[in-house]
Design a protein around this ligand. Structure first.
Ligand code: GDP
Length: 691
C-alpha cells in the first residue's frame, strides 16, 4: 500500500504548483499545539533528526509544509527547499539554520505570515508523509509582540485545519486536557472527532495510571484515538555536555524503556496506543486512507479545472502553442529582420545628409560670427562703433581683409574636429534608430531585453568610436591646407547655400512672429524695437543698466525687444546675402571672397563626403555586421532558462498565455498520474481480496 501514499504525495506537490484552489489539493496532516506542548520534539522524533528552529522568541512564524519521502534502499538522508532552489542538504543543522532564517525574516511587527515554507526530507528512515507544522498557540502575548498575535495565530491554524486535512492535536500530559488549546481548536472544526489524532506528549511527567486515563479520554473521544509519547530523555549529567538535548536515538530508546517499564498501564493488553513508532504507523495509515477517499473528488475537481483551462486556451489563444523560448526566439528574429530592413535603407547617402546638415549649422554659425556680426549692443552701451558692422555686399572683395576672413572661416570649419563630430552624429543617429525599432517591436514591453539591446548597440559603437574619429580626422587633413573647387561643385553649392539661407530666413521670421504673439501684437513689439534701436544709436541715454526696465518698458519686454531686433537684423542680412548669392558675381568660384556662403558650403560638402567614406568602412559596416551577432550573444544561447522565463513574463499578455499552457500541462500530467494511481489502487484491492 505504501507506494500509493508516495504517489499521492507526489501528486499533491504538483497540485501545489498548479494553484491554491482548495478543491485542488490532496489532504495533509496538520500539526497544532500550544507553545511548549512538545510539538517540535514529536515532529523531530518522527523524522529522526533535529531540524526545527529552536529558541524562546517564537521561532515558527510561517507554516512549514513538510514532505517526507521514504528512499528505501538508499542510505542517504537529506533535505531540499524547492522554492529556494536549495537541493541535497545533507547537514540537518544547516536545514535548521535555513528554517530559522526564513522564520526570522518575518518581521516582529507582522509576527506570523501565512506564506508557507516548503521543505522535503528524503531518508530511508522516514515514512512517506505530508505534514504541515504551524506556529504554536500562545497563551500570553509577549512584550514585543503585537496584541492581536494570539488572534492571528489562531486564524492561521484555522485556515489549515479545514477538511479534508487530518489534524494532529498535540497536548502535554501534565496539562489538563480540558485546557488543551489544540483539542479545543480541533473540536471547533471537527466536533465529532473524525479526523483528529490526539498526541499526548510528556507522558513521563505523569504517573502511569493518570497517563493511561488520559489516553482513554471519553470527554472528547476521537475516532482515530490518542497516542502517548515521550520525546525527551532525562539529562544524564556529564554525558551530553555538547548540547542541551539528547540525540534522538537516545530519546527513542528512553521512550521504549519508559513504556515497557509500565507494562500494566501501557503494555499490549492495556488497550492504549503509545510510542513514536505507533504514532508513525498511525499517521501513515490515516493519511493514506484520507488521501484515498479524497482521490475521487480531487480528480473530479482537476477534470473541471482542466476543462476550463482548455477552453481558455482555445478561445483566448486559438490553441496557439507558446513557450518562453519560442517567444524569445520569434521576437529576436522579428527584431533582427526589422534591423536588416533599416540597414538596407540607411547607408552612405543617408549618413552624408545627416552630416552635411550638421555642418550646415556650423557654417551658419561661422558666417554669423565672421560676416554677419552686426553687434546687438546692450542698452547700457549707447555708443556703437560703425566699423564693427560688416556690410559685406558693399565691401571690396579685393581687400586683404576679406581674404583673411575667408581663410580663417575655412580653417575654423576644417579644424572644428570633424572626425569626432561625424562619428558622434552617426553613432547617435544609429542609437536613435535602434530605439525607434525597439519601440515598434515586441520588445517594447520588455525592459530587460530593451536594456540588453541598447547596451549591445552602445558597446559596439563605443568600441569603434575613437579609432573611427581618428581615421576620419586623418582623411580630411588635406582640406585643412587647401580646398580646390571645381565649377560644377561651386554651382551645386551655390544652389544648396541658397536653400540653407532660405530655411534660415524662414526660421528667423517664424521666431519673430512668435515674439509678436508673446508680446501682444506687432504694434507693441514695434514700439519696443523702436526704443531698442534708438538706444543703440545713442539717441536715447538709458539710465542704469537697463535690467530693471527703461522707457516705460519692463525688463522682460526690453529683452524680447532686443531679441526681435536681433532677428530682424539677421533676417535683413540673410535677405541681402540671398540676393548676393543669386547675383552674377556669385556665379563663379573666381569670386569666392565675395561669396563665403558658397565657398564654405563646398568645403562642408567635401568634408562630409570624405568623412562618410571612412565612416562607412569603420563604423557602419562593422555595426551592421556585429550588432545581430551581439544580439544573439546577449539574448540567445547564453540566457539561462530562468532568465528566458523572466523575460517572456515581463509582457502580461505573454505571461497569461504561458500560464494557461503550463496550467493545462500540469493538470494533464496530474490527471494521468491519478489515473495510473487508481489502477494501482484497484489492483491492490483485488490482491487483498484474493488473500
Ligand atoms: P514546542 O514549543 O511545542 O515545539 O515544544 P518543544 O518540543 O520545544 O518542547 C518544549 C519543552 O518540553 C522542551 O524543553 C522539551 O525538552 C520538553 N519536552 C518535550 N517533550 C517532552 C517529553 O516527552 N518529556 C519531557 N519531560 N519533556 C519534554
Amino acid at each position: 500500500m505504501m507506494t500509493l501514499t508516495k504517489k499521492m504525495i507526489e501528486i499533491r506537490n504538483i497540485l501545489q504548483q498548479v494553484g491554491q484552489s482548495s478543491s485542488l489539493t490532496l489532504p495533509s496532516i496538520v500539526v497544532i499545539g500550544s507553545q511548549s506542548s512538545g510539538k517540535s520534539s514529536v515532529l523531530e522524533a518522527i523524522v529522526g533528526h533535529e531540524f526545527l528552529p529552536k529558541g524562546s522568541n517564537m521561532v515558527t512564524r510561517r507554516p512549514i509544509e513538510l514532505t517526507l519521502v521514504n528512499t528505501l534502499g538508499s542510505r542517504e538522508e537529506y533535505g531540499e527547499f524547492p522554492d529556494l532552489g536549495l537541493r541535497h542538504i545533507t547537514d540537518f543543522s544547516s536545514i535548521q539554520r535555513t528554517l530559522t532564517e526564513l522564520n526570522l525574516a518575518v518581521s516582529d511587527a507582522e509576527c506570523v505570515s501565512d506564506d508557507p515554507i516548503h521543505l522535503s526530507i528524503y531518508s530511508p528512515n522516514v515514512p512517506d508523509l505530508s505534514l504541515i507544522d504551524l506556529p504554536g498557540y500562545i497563551q500570553v502575548v509577549g512584550q514585543h509582540q503585537p496584541l492581536e498575535l494570539k488572534q492571528k495565530i489562531s486564524e492561521l491554524c484555522d485556515k489549515y485545519i479545514q477538511p479534508p486535512n487530518v489534524i494532529l492535536a498535540i497536548s502535554a500530559a501534565d496539562v489538563d486536557l480540558a485546557n488543551s488549546t489544540a483539542l479545543r481548536a480541533s473540536k471547533r472544526v471537527d466536533p465529532r472527532g473524525e479526523r483528529t489524532i490526539g498526541v499526548i506528549t510528556k507522558m513521563d511527567l505523569v504517573d502511569a495510571a493518570k497517563g493511561a486515563a488520559i489516553l482513554n479520554d471519553k470527554q472528547y473521544p476521537l475516532r482515530l484515538g490518542y497516542v502517548g509519547v515521550v520525546s525527551k530523555a532525562p539529562q544524564t549529567p556529564g554525558l551530553f555536555k555538547m548540547g542541551s538535548t539528547n540525540p534522538l536515538s537516545v530519546v527513542a530508546k528512553h521512550e521504549r524503556s519508559f513504556f515497557s517499564s509500565h507494562s500494566t498501564e501501557y503494555g499490549p493488553d492495556a488497550g492504549v496506543n503509545v510510542g513514536t513508532p505507533t504514532l508513525r504507523k498511525k499517521l501513515m495509515q490515516v493519511l493514506e486512507q484520507t488521501m484515498s477517499s479524497s482521490l475521487q473528488s480531487t480528480s473530479d475537481a482537476i477534470k473541471q479545472e482542466l476543462e476550463e483551462a482548455t477552453y481558455e486556451f482555445k478561445v483566448q489563444y486559438n490553441d496557439r502553442p507558446l513557450s518562453a523560448e519560442s517567444y524569445l526566439a520569434e521576437s529576436l528574429d522579428a527584431f533582427k529582420h526589422s534591423f536588416k530592413q533599416f540597414a538596407d535603407e540607411f547607408g552612405r547617402p543617408e549618413m552624408k545628409e545627416l552630416l552635411k546638415s550638421e555642418l550646415d549649422q556650423k557654417v551658419l554659425n561661422l558666417l554669423a560670427a565672421r560676416y554677419w556680426n552686426k553687434p546687438i549692443t546692450d542698452l547700457s552701451v549707447s555708443q556703437t562703433e560703425p566699423d564693427q558692422i560688416a556690410d559685406l555686399p558693399k565691401a571690396d572683395p579685393a581687400s586683404q581683409y576679406w581674404h583673411r576672413q575667408l581663410d580663417a572661416s575655412v580653417s575654423s570649419l576644417t579644424k572644428l574636429g570633424v572626425g569626432r563630430l561625424a562619428t558622434t552624429v552617426v553613432a547617435s543617429s544609429l542609437q536613435c534608430h535602434i530605439d525607434r525599432l525597439l519601440k515598434g517591436s515586441s520588445f517594447a514591453s520588455h525592459p530587460f531585453a530593451q536594456a540588453a539591446i541598447k547596451e549591445a548597440a552602445a558597446a559596439i559603437l563605443n568600441e569603434r568610436f575613437y579609432s573611427t574619429s581618428d581615421q576620419v580626422e586623418n582623411c580630411i587633413k588635406p582640406f585643412k591646407f587647401e580646398v580646390d573647387v571645381e565649377e560644377r561643385e561651386w554651382n551645386q553649392s551655390r544652389h544648396h547655400a541658397g536653400e540653407v539661407l532660405k530655411k534660415e530666413l524662414q526660421d528667423c521670421e517664424a521666431a519673430l512672429g512668435k515674439l509678436e504673439s508673446v508680446v501682444g501684437g506687432r504694434r507693441k513689439l514695434g514700439e519696443v524695437m523702436g526704443f531698442v534701436d534708438k538706444a543703440r544709436k545713442g539717441d536715447i541715454v538709458v539710465e542704469g543698466d537697463g535690467k530693471s526696465g527703461a522707457g516705460g518698458f519692463s525688463a522682460a519686454l526690453l529683452g524680447r525687444g532686443r531679441e526681435a531686433v536681433f532677428l530682424r537684423d539677421r533676417a535683413d542680412i540673410i535677405k541681402m546675402r540671398l540676393l548676393a548669392i543669386k547675383s552674377k558675381q556669385c556665379a563663379t568660384v573666381k569670386n569666392k571672397y565675395y561669396c563665403p556662403e558658397v565657398f564654405l558650403d563646398v568645403t562642408a560638402s567635401k568634408l562630409a563626403s570624405t568623412a562618410v567614406l571612412f565612416l562607412n568602412v569603420e563604423l557602419l559596416s562593422e555595426f551592421y555586421y556585429n550588432f545581430p551577432r551581439e544580439l544573439d550573444l546577449r539574448l540567445g544561447r547564453h540566457l539561462s532558462p530562468a532568465d528566458v522565463e523572466k523575460f517572456a513574463k515581463e509582457d502580461p499578455k505573454v505571461r497569461r498565455h504561458l500560464e494557461v499552457i503550463r496550467r493545462k500541462e500540469m493538470l494533464e500530467l496530474v490527471l494521468e498520474k491519478m489515473e495510473s494511481l487508481r489502477q494501482l489502487e484497484g489492483r491492490e484491492r483485488e490482491r487483498t481480496a484474493a488473500r
